[in-house]
Write a protein that binds this ligand. Structure first.
Ligand code: ADP
Ligand code: MG
Length: 348
């Protein structure tokens, strides 16, 4: 790019930005098995096990608001979003590093709270904290965590292996974190208008919990392992179902079709979305931060998974060029807009 040219970041969007910045890097080392482009990178120094590595950063004011985010939850969540990427590779997380940039607005006790959450996550998921970096920031809090995991080379699942005819599954239920965020934003406005007003969160515990205390789906990773099922492709749902389906389609060179009525949405998410006059399916498709797993399996493996309480079949993989489609409850078929959740737009 010449000095005169200036391209605004929001013209590109997050995914194109990453592709443009990193696409021209060559790989020098045979030990680099997979670089940019999946939920985690994969490296291997010796025969046998491979190592997967993933980094995610949470920035105050962009990813969390201190008004309604307890620091203990934040620490826990910062670990979860990284472990989720490791499980999405069908690998087992083993270590994390934690880097923080922090302003003098935060006390030692506040950071201790943050680390209480990080410790709880490490203990619960059997992960070791092995390092990091600490620096000052002029404004808010930034947390960047890197998670490292391991798997046998042949176990690792990429975004790229889906085949036409495969069935599409998701774990848990979708859209809850987005509706939970909307509830918290509403309560924040009420509070700002009348400080002292008590937030009305009693009836929203599930969805607020989906945003503030997500769990990475180790149980699903373990279930698949126990059943001897290796998905043909997998990704975690951090930006919304349509965005993740788009990634699978792009990397696997396939299309997909899903059924609206099969997309799992909890009752609380559903009711609260309607209360906000939002179509619940839009929360599942375009909300973010559910940290569920989206994966594809052969029809035979799909039979094996029938009746599992953890996962739901939502559609099937079609040929490349068929696009990303949804059969609506009304009996129509629409092309999905893969909007995802673009923090860059939020900031613009
Ligand atoms: P996820 O949502 O699964 O965490 P992202 O959308 O953040 O994945 O990233 C997609 C891919 O791009 C990953 O392989 C990630 O490592 C890579 N990536 C993201 N940002 C950068 C960057 N600034 N420089 C190099 N690679 C990046
Ligand atoms: Mg991911």
């Amino acid at each position: 790019m010449s000095d005169q040219e200036r391209t605004e970041l929001n013209q590109l969007g997050e995914f194109a930005l990453i592709e443009t910045l990193t696409g021209t890097f060559g790989m020098e080392n045979p030990s680099t098995k997979r670089a940019v482009g999946d939920d985690a990178a994969v490296i291997q120094y010796e025969e046998g096990k491979q190592t997967v590595i993933s980094t995610d950063m949470l920035v105050e004011g962009v990813h969390f608001d201190m008004v309604y985010t307890p620091l203990k939850h934040l620490g826990y969540k910062a670990v979860m979003v990284n472990l989720s990427d490791i499980y999405a590779m069908n690998a087992c997380p083993k270590q994390i590093t934690v880097s923080i940039a922090v302003s003098n607005r935060f006390s030692y006790q506040a950071l201790e709270e943050l680390y209480t959450g990080i410790r709880l996550a490490c203990e619960t998921y059997g992960v070791d904290l092995i390092g990091g970096d600490t620096t000052s920031s002029l404004s808010g809090l930034v947390i960047s965590i890197t998670a490292v995991g391991e798997a046998n080379a042949e176990e690792i699942v990429y975004r790229s292996g889906a085949k036409p005819g495969d069935k599409i599954f998701v774990s848990g239920d979708l859209g809850g974190a987005y509706v939970g965020l909307t509830v918290l934003e509403r309560e924040k406005e009420v509070y700002m208008a009348a400080p002292g007003a008590q937030p009305e969160l009693k009836d929203h515990q599930y969805i607020v919990g989906r945003l503030l205390k997500p769990e990475a789906r180790r149980d699903v990773y373990e279930l698949l392992g126990e059943m001897g099922i290796k998905p043909s492709s997998m990704i975690d749902i951090s930006d919304g179902l349509s965005s993740e389906l788009m990634h699978i389609c792009k990397h696997s060179e396939v299309g997909v079709i899903i059924d609206e009525e099969k997309v799992p949405i909890s009752e609380q998410t559903y009711d609260q979305a309607l209360d906000f006059s939002i179509d619940p399916i839009n929360c599942a498709l375009n909300g973010g931060e559910d940290y569920e797993l989206l994966f594809t399996v052969s029809p035979e493996q799909a039979e094996q998974l029938k009746g599992s309480p953890f996962v739901t079949e939502i559609g099937k993989v079609t040929a490349e060029g068929e696009g990303i489609k949804i059969n609506t409850k009304g009996g129509n078929t629409h092309e999905l807009q893969a909007q995802g959740w673009n923090h860059m737009d939020d900031e613009a």
